[in-house]
Write a protein that binds this ligand. Structure first.
Ligand SMILES: Nc1ncnc2c1ncn2[C@@H]1O[C@H](COP(=O)(O)OP(=O)(O)OP(=O)(O)O)[C@@H](O)[C@H]1O
Length: 257
């Protein structure tokens, strides 16, 4: 049976994923602060909307109003899609407190209650017919209780995959951490995309690596990427090499990547 894939539409990403993310995969988008996780996840949803695939964004770290403003900076104005019912932001940030929060349609009254969050998420997925979901960030759900991390991710995975969505779970790690968000989480996820920011010769360089992706072969190399006014661009034909002599970029043929 040919594998069904979801095209991220993010320049370079589908290429290094051999055509896209296998449908129903739950992918951990992992990285330190400012590495581009939120922007990449929002770009994934926006591109879906352009391809006629509805989406849901679960905001745990930022006010929904701020999410709309930030997305619009890249030319991704989601409000018309919210009005037509093909896009929804689940507000798991405000707890319904404040005047602007009262205007939100999908509000998790107690963002610490994962069961409640899942109920609101299910409703948003059903209403919109979402095929793509982003949870930003999943780490917020278990930062204070790491022992429940795996069960939270497994619960989300059952719902997200069960309802047929292909999803990104944003996972925050500290600058020096080599992992992706904890052992339980890393093994439960179907895929891991790790975003990095490294200071090289007095300059910050962005790169990413596909650590795992169930159901497909993928590039095993570290690819440089950039954040521009139109979003993220990944250089599928370049690799970032870290050697004893230093760090440098090298161009490779697409078959090699
Ligand atoms: N228009 C832009 N052009 C270039 N770079 C930008 C632009 N807007 C934001 N950035 C870069 O993106 C970074 C923020 O990216 P993003 O919010 O996706 O990070 P994150 O990985 O989600 O971080 P955190 O875990 O701290 O929330 C900024 O620190 C800045 O370097």
């Amino acid at each position: 049976m040919p594998i069904e894939r979801v095209k991220t539409g993010i320049p370079g990403l589908d290429e290094i994923l051999n055509g896209g993310i296998p449908r129903r995969n739950v992918v951990l988008l992992s990285g330190g602060p400012g590495t581009g996780k939120t922007i990449m996840s929002q770009q994934y949803l926006w591109n879906g909307l352009q391809m006629g695939e509805p989406g849901v964004y679960v905001a745990l770290e930022e006010h929904p109003v701020q999410v709309r403003i930030n997305m619009a900076q890249f030319g991704w104005d989601v409000r018309p899609y919210e009005r037509e019912g093909t896009f929804a932001i689940v507000d798991a940030f405000t707890g319904g407190i404040g005047e602007t929060a009262k205007r939100e349609r999908y509000v998790v009254r107690d963002p610490t209650d994962v069961g409640l969050l899942i109920d609101v998420l299910k409703e948003a997925i059903r209403d919109t017919g979402a095929q793509r979901v982003v949870i930003d960030s999943v780490s917020t759900l278990y930062l204070t209780k790491p022992s429940v991390a795996r069960s939270v991710v497994m619960m989300l995975k059952r719902v997200l995959s069960g309802l047929g969505t292909t999803s990104f779970l944003v996972s925050q790690v500290s600058v020096t951490e080599r992992g992706f968000g904890g052992p339980g989480v890393e093994h439960a996820a179907d895929g891991i995309i790790r975003l990095d920011l490294d200071e090289i010769d007095g300059e910050l360089k962005r790169s990413l690596i596909i650590w795992k992706m169930r159901g497909t072969k993928h590039s095993m190399r570290r690819h440089p990427f950039e954040i521009t006014d139109k979003g993220i661009i990944i250089y599928a034909n370049k690799v970032l090499r870290v050697t004893r002599r230093g760090v440098y970029e090298e161009t490779v043929s697409s078959e090699e990547s």
